[in-house]
Design a protein around this ligand. Structure first.
Ligand code: SF4
Ligand code: SF4
Length: 272
């Protein structure tokens, strides 16, 4: 089955674009011509590219490897423009006027933005909007609602997610975050990205059963195995619900001093 690429229009037209999706899609399509036409794969393998987390191409749900634009510095805030939204200035319609056909009532910053921020990392006091960027998940909600006041950061790149698929076996699956941030650098032929792709392919071609998608192999052998084959260290962003359930499975050789010492230490401090 072939590799199938698709991308959003990205920097060619969209102000939210964090990297050039079309350039990366074009490069990988050329780079992997053999894999497109004469694949030695167990099953199909799709790349899809969204230039920001709005995910217009829905790459997170529709591809074995999804490249979603993001940024690592802070959201840029224009405080004057924030206040124009708050004052319901007609030149600053919420959601860029996308819902103009219906009267939604006056814009309410608290209800429509702050309360809907998934990590509740925003506050508005004394006419000043503050964002705790370390806790922002770059979901785009606030930027979509107030595009004249908030902009994506300047240090842009993409996140890489793996393993989405339709519900043929084991139900539908969204992609799991593998790389939270990587620079998208055309000058060195996207070397860091192709290295990750080829490490994953080596594992998948070796281990997958006939017609087993990458997502199913990850389910069968574990996300930990994916980290091992790509040489990526486990970090909190790999945990599904790090704020409520920070459980991580450690192997013995990953714990300095081995199990025994750490269990003793744990007991000493926590199980009195
Ligand atoms: S995914 Fe983001 S950058 Fe791409 S078209 Fe949609 S909003 Fe624009
Ligand atoms: S992008 Fe999302 S998570 Fe970040 S501040 Fe805005 S609403 Fe909150």
């Amino acid at each position: 089955m072939p590799a199938i690429p698709a991308d959003c229009l990205g920097q060619s037209r969209c102000e939210y674009a964090c990297y050039d999706t079309q350039a990366l899609c074009h490069f990988l399509t050329n780079e992997y011509q053999d894999e497109l036409h004469r694949p030695a794969f167990p099953y199909k393998f799709k790349f899809k590219f969204d230039a920001c987390p709005n995910c217009c191409v829905a790459s997170i749900a529709r591809s074995d490897m999804s490249f979603i634009g993001t940024w690592k510095d802070n959201i840029r805030i224009d405080q004057d423009a924030v206040n124009k939204y708050v004052e319901n200035d007609a030149a600053y319609p919420a959601n860029a006027g996308a819902h103009k056909g219906r009267d939604w009532g006056p814009f309410d910053l608290e209800k429509e933005v702050l309360a809907l921020c998934p990590t509740k990392c925003m506050k508005f006091e004394n006419k000043k909007l503050a964002i705790d960027d370390a806790n922002c998940t770059r979901c785009m909600h606030c930027i979509n609602v107030m595009p004249r006041a908030l902009k994506i950061g300047k240090e842009t790149g993409c996140s890489i997610l793996c393993g989405a698929k339709a519900p043929i076996l084991d139900g539908a699956q969204m992609g799991s975050l593998l790389v939270p941030f990587i620079e998208v650098n055309a000058d060195n032929d996207y070397e860091a990205i192709t290295e990750i792709i080829e490490n994953i392919w080596d594992w998948w071609m070796e281990e997958a059963k006939n017609r087993e998608r990458l997502g199913e192999l990850i389910m069968r052998q574990g996300f930990q195995k994916l980290l091992e084959v790509t040489g990526i260290k486990a970090i909190p962003q790999h945990v599904s619900y790090p704020r409520t359930n920070p459980y991580i499975f450690w192997k013995e050789d990953e714990v300095p001093g081995g199990w025994d010492r750490d269990v003793d230490e744990y007991r000493k401090h926590h199980l009195r």
